[in-house]
Write a protein that binds this ligand. Sequence first.
Ligand SMILES: Nc1ncnc2c1ncn2[C@@H]1O[C@H](COP(=O)(O)OP(=O)(O)OP(=O)(O)O)[C@@H](O)[C@H]1O
Ligand SMILES: [Mg+2]
Length: 1086
Amino acid sequence: PSPVDTNPSMEVKTSLLDNMIGVGDMVLLEPLNEDSFIVNLRNRFDHNEIYTYIGSVVISMNPYRSLPIYTPQKVEEYRNRNFYELSPHIYALADEAYRSLRDQDKDQCILITGESGAGKTEASKLVMSYVAAVCGKGQEVNKVKEQLLQSNPVLEAFGNAKTMRNDNSSRFGKYMDIEFDFKGDPLGGVISNYLLEKSRVCKQPRGERNFHIFYQLLSGASDDTLMKLKLDRDFSKYNYLSLDSANVNGLDDAASFRTVRNAMQIVGFMEAEVQSVLELVAAVLKLGNIEFKPESRVNGFDESRVKDKNDLKEMCELLGIEQSVLERAFSYRTVEAKMEKMSTTLNVAQVRRPTHCRHCIAIGLGGILYTGVFGNSHGMAQAKTRHKVMGVLDIYGFEIFEDNSFEQFIINYCNEKLQQIFIELTLREEQEEYIREDIEWTNIEYFNNAIICDLIENNQNGILAMLDEECLRPGTVTDDTFLDKLNTICAEHQHFESRLNKNSKFLTDHSLPHSCFRIQHYAGKVLYRVEGFVDKNNDLLYRDLSQAMYKATHSLMRQLFPEGNPAKVNLKRPPTAGFQFKASVGVLMKNLQTKNPNYIRCIKPNDKKVAHIFTDSLVCHQVRYLGLVENVRVRRAGYAFRQPYESCLERYKMLCKKTWPHWRGPARDGVEVLLTDCSVPTEEFAYGRSKIFIRNPRTLFTLEERRRACLEDLATLIQKIYRGWKSRTHFLLLKKSQVVVAAWYRRYAQQNKYQKIKSATLVMQSFVRGWKARNILRQLKYEKRCKEAVTTIAAYWHGTQVRREYRKFFRANAGKKIYDFTIQRIMQKYFLGLKTTTMSPMDNTWPAKPYGFLEGAHTQLRRIFHLWRCKKYRGQFTEEKKAVYEEKLEASEIFKDKKALYPSSVSQPFKGDYLEIQKNPKYQKLNSAMEEKVLLADLVNKINRANGKGSPRLFLLTKSNFVLADQKTGQVKASVPLPDLASVSVSTQSDGFFALKLKEGSASASKGDFLLSSEHLIEIITKLHRIGTTAADRDQINIDISDEFLVQFKQDKVCVKFIQGGPKNGNSAACKRKNNRLLEVSVPSP
Ligand SMILES: Nc1ncnc2c1ncn2[C@@H]1O[C@H](COP(=O)(O)OP(=O)(O)OP(=O)(O)O)[C@@H](O)[C@H]1O
Ligand SMILES: [Mg+2]
């Protein structure tokens, strides 16, 4: 993989070369040797840079502590970036691999190697988690991802154990194919495993443990589960569990058990399947506790018997095997030869056989259990059809111990093969690139380890072939015979060393024991002890045992021991372990060769499993046997560094004026110009088709150095220009703003001014217009008024005319007219009606009012009329008549309602001179005696006080006196001046009596008062009273009206009393003297 094919302008924004600690890519190491290599590693390790590249290979140092470089942010950072763009990281490799798988359809494999504890398994998990994080999302995809990720805890529980070198050491090699669909979404995975260290089930070196699952089950399972499995929580009860390191620091078995159970579920185990797997685990523990004892038999042979059958019984119950069958399988061995079956007991020599058998079963169970688990788990996730595949290989690196056995041999063989593939692929790739880039191919000197592979795997005389041969050979076969054979056959091989070699040069080599042989691997010499090679190669489970197991009713046993199926029995020996391994390595290699390899080389910095310690010797050892320096050399063989023209130009263009800042033209020409300008020696580089190849890292560093210096200048330049630009922009902005502000302000000011002028104009205009309008209005109004006046006059005139003309036709006033007329008529009638009334004031009649509305007028009219009539009536009166009436009136005033006589007097005219005194001759004398005109002359009765009888007398009245004269003679009897008259008394009744009382002391009084009666009493008294009123010089005469009064007769005072008398007395009143003092007048009642 190379940093090609992306948009060049986007590229080399960052580079591996930026902020580099030491060198990030060992290819650039200068000078290149083991020491500088290790110094660089150490330098980087001290700065927490645990990853370093060798080209596209990643070297990973185990930090032994968690570093903050696996966060989701980191994943995002490395996602879709070019390999050399960022500082070295395992994610860069994972990303590169995933992207070329997804985008270029190239199957990938990731080969992780390194010694135990170097971090291979962790690396493989990191790769998987990265891929899981960046690939597609969705319910199905997530489920598959979960299954893939969760397969790790299950694998580790069954395949990992605590060892001296690693607390979580994988005791197997693992190869996992993850399958993807065309979009790059994971579909499933297939896990293959190699070289499980099965022997660990039975026996663990000191300080190490059995596989985790045993401890996890006992610490983590519930009491209930343990009871079902017939297990005890106590580790010490089980022979197969080492006690001295049962508890490991930092490992929580109980918690891990829960994780594993959960993971099994996610991976796809059914509950029953989990249960049967746990039953197998329990059975293995039980099996470890079965012990045997020798027993002599009659025939002299020894036999072995199971000591305590309880464990056996429980194990058989767990697995569903008949106890006797298994017991027999422990004790007998069927040897089949020449179509015959012989059952032999195990003899004394084979006294250890049952234990061995037990181990065999345990190993078988353990191993098969392990593969069984994954037979199951991968089945769950595996996809039907083949798609893009990413393989992850987590396998031991070279192992060089003091005591190396068959396992190390096999492992180292595997590594040898991997190295070969690496060389092949690297070189092939290198060569392909040269060809692709049209660079002259310079032959690269490197060590090809094909010869070592050949030494081991050659079908005729390879070590594995010979081992197989020995195992199959009849007769006694021991490890020594095998070594002999090796010695003879491989003697000449330049990588094979042995003491018993014919090659005498090792005869004296004391570092090489007799029972050993040594192979010069590409990574160093390894000494192998042959002991156990043959047995381990055989790796057989006796058929009796496998058949006994096959008979078990436990659901998994038949799948686990298919070779025990009696129907499949064949006599051919099963293939040896070596053969099987060689075959599987072959398959693996073929598989890997079809894929694009990606390497992760893991290195552990110290033996103590602690952080921060870097043991040079240990690292040096690993660097050496991983062939890393070799690796760099191969990579650097031609040109150390290569880069596409575009990115090269982009990165270094500032070094040359012609390419800075832009090169217009093909990138290649630009690079050429650039390099010439920088005066790089021509032998230092070669021009490929799309890339520039730089031979020496030093050249690159020179360029880098110059670039760094140049960048500083450029930074200043950029700053300068930027600042200038910024200030100018700011200034321009200010200026622009100012113009805007000014413009707005001016506009505002002008607008204001305009508005003012406009409003002023409007005011003026309005005044002028108003004035004009008012003028016009006045004019118009005047005209209008004239017109209106004319019109009005005309109208009235016309109206008058017309009305005059048409009045007669109008009915409008008819109502009023009729009304007036009616009223007139009514009034007329009313007034005419009133005509009937007489003019007599006495007339009291008055017509009734004809209408209600006339009521007021009616009464008023009546009053007025009456007054008027009275006035009229009065107007007719003569003086005499007037005086008469005045007298009448006075009478009325005096007597009305006071004297009963009065009403009869009203109708009688006051004649005055009833005696006709002037004419009557008889009274001539008398008349002449009278000095004054007589106002009244009448005949009266003078009442005599003595008897009350009247005597007639003539009564004359003048203005100044009254005279009493004799009727017959006319002789004056008494003349009394009026001033001597004090008062007049009358009664209230209808009589004619009256008393004239004289003033006491007057001259007349000597004769006493006069009691008279007259028919004309009213007239006499009235005239008397009238004289009193008219005469100014005299007092008025008192008129006393009562029914009892006193009269002075001479000396006596006589009381006159009026009483009501009956009618028998006649019509006139009669006076009677009652006593001296009383005169009684009875008056007839009316
Ligand atoms: N990248 C890492 N970051 C932090 N710790 C690590 C890292 N890699 C490895 N370790 C530590 O080192 C220990 C050993 O790592 P790991 O189990 O991956 O080794 P290994 O190479 O698989 O060994 P073996 O060959 O025994 O399986 C881990 O348990 C972990 O504690
Ligand atoms: Mg591991």
